[in-house]
Ligand binder design. Sequence first.
Ligand SMILES: [Zn+2]
Length: 158
Amino acid sequence: MDSTEKNNPVYSRTDKSKVNLKEEEWKKILSPDVYYIARQKGTERAWTSKFENFKEIGTYYCAACGNALFKSDTKFDSGCGWPSFYEPISKSAIIYLPDNTHGMVRTEVQCGRCKSHLGHVFEDGPPPTGLRYCINGVILDFEKAEAAKKKYEEGKKG
Ligand SMILES: [Zn+2]
């Protein structure tokens, strides 16, 4: 969340307005690995994400634009090699598109604010939704619940 945030003028965790940038603009503000996943629909190698086996309590944001995507309490151990969630933080957090590439019929999930590629959703998740949002860790920023609370309280003081 460090370098992306600093050089990225569209990154905001509070601004809900849609982000529409040209690919070359994205290329300038995103790190190469985030750009590859977010804009070129890449897939990080399985088992390489620091979030794959990560159990901290907090919120996951889009690394390209700061949109809140998932809460840690909907994360589960899918064993598939990528961070997996059974439900997005809100209905508008994510958009869904049919993906018939690679000889498979899948549903792609994109960020609801900036349309960056996040991963795919499959129908083999746990209750209550039965869904498995299989997400590239590269496109996730995480903020611990305590950190968010502290920031909020400091904001009220100042
Ligand atoms: Zn986004």
